[in-house]
Design a protein around this ligand. Structure first.
Ligand code: UDP
Length: 312
């Protein structure tokens, strides 16, 4: 039997590169599509070139590919608040035109589709922890809106293709994830705090640090995505780690684990920064027996080790 082929948009990004790796390790062939806006070829340099084809392409532009494709994973997008503020129009386009093109390829190839949605679609949530049935509380014109609304539109378009064309589509709502191959300068809290700690610089807590996040190690997330894709479920599923910390607690954890002499300093909280975030993962457990396996201490230890190789 010939190998299954997975097309992964954003395949050279943080999550995309881990997906490329997992699909290859499970015997698939991968076409990695990326315009390298926030991704890097370095992220996929270690992968076996017999199983991986890299195509530099912006998925907001149409694309015709020869040959069969079994799975389309749409993971292209700037994903950190700093990156999407840097590239607001590109972010809005990749979550709209990009999703349209990715769905078009899926339809033409009679493939199975999954899109990377996000906990951001819940906005500043008034339901806690967040269940998939919650519709969210999103500012449609705020500084995070180009990302949040593009992802909400992506979900809507995906469901429209599922209902209209009876396509097998999946939506994964990804909560804060960290691990190897995150960009150290992407502005997110995990790389920021570890970088600051390793350099002995001040740790920048935004606001009073009372806002919460729940951090999932990348290997857990990627396994959850794989299982959802292989399931027969078509509605959105949360994947994330429900262990919740305040950002101030998280800063103290990083200080302790790196043994740094860095001090905590307080900076203004960004506009529309969600006050609390924690996934309800009951659905993923019931549907395909998924739950995270790597706790924060273990995952952060591995991540610090990785960032030590990057920080000069
Ligand atoms: N944050 C912080 N200091 C930093 C970077 C982020 O206190 O140097 C906070 C940010 O305000 C937010 C949380 O950490 O409340 C997570 O931010 P991140 O940018 O990682 O992603 P978000 O979960 O907001 O999408």
């Amino acid at each position: 039997m010939s190998k299954k082929v997975a097309l992964i948009t954003g395949g050279a990004g943080f999550l995309g590169s881990h997906l490329c790796e997992l699909f290859i390790s499970r015997g698939h062939r991968v076409i990695c599509l990326d315009n390298l806006l926030t991704g890097s070829k370095e992220n996929i340099a270690h992968l076996d070139k017999k199983s991986l084809e890299f195509i530099k392409h912006d998925i907001t532009k149409p694309l015709k590919l020869a040959g069969k494709i079994d799975y389309v994973l749409h993971f292209a997008s700037p994903a950190s608040p700093v990156d999407y503020a840097r590239h607001p129009i590109k972010t809005a386009k990749v979550g709209s035109l990009g999703t349209h093109n990715a769905l078009g390829i899926t339809r033409a190839k009679k493939a199975r589709f999954i899109m990377a949605s996000t906990s951001e679609i819940y906005g500043d949530p008034q339901v806690h922890p967040q269940v998939e049935e919650y519709w969210g509380n999103v500012n449609s014109i705020g500084p995070r809106s180009m990302y949040d609304e593009a992802k909400r539109f992506s979900e809507a378009l995906t469901m429209a293709y599922h209902r209209t064309h009876k396509m097998d589509t999946k939506i994964v709502r990804i909560f804060n994830t960290y691990g190897e191959r995150m960009q150290i300068q992407d502005g997110r809290v995990v790389p920021n705090f570890i970088y600051q700690a390793l350099k002995g610089r001040d740790i920048t807590v935004y606001g009073e640090g009372k806002q919460t996040r729940s951090f999932c190690y990348v290997s857990d997330l990627i396994e959850g995505i794989y299982r959802l894709l292989m399931s027969d479920y078509n509605l959105p599923v949360n994947i994330g780690n429900p262990a919740e910390n305040t950002i101030l607690e998280f800063a103290k954890i990083i200080i302790k684990m790196t043994g740094t002499k860095s001090k905590i300093v307080y900076k203004p909280i960004p506009v529309d920064d969600p006050k609390q975030r924690c996934p309800d993962i009951t659905k993923a457990g019931k549907l395909f027996g998924w739950e995270p396996k790597v706790n924060l201490e273990e995952g952060i230890t591995r991540t610090i080790k990785y960032f030590k190789t990057k920080v000069k």
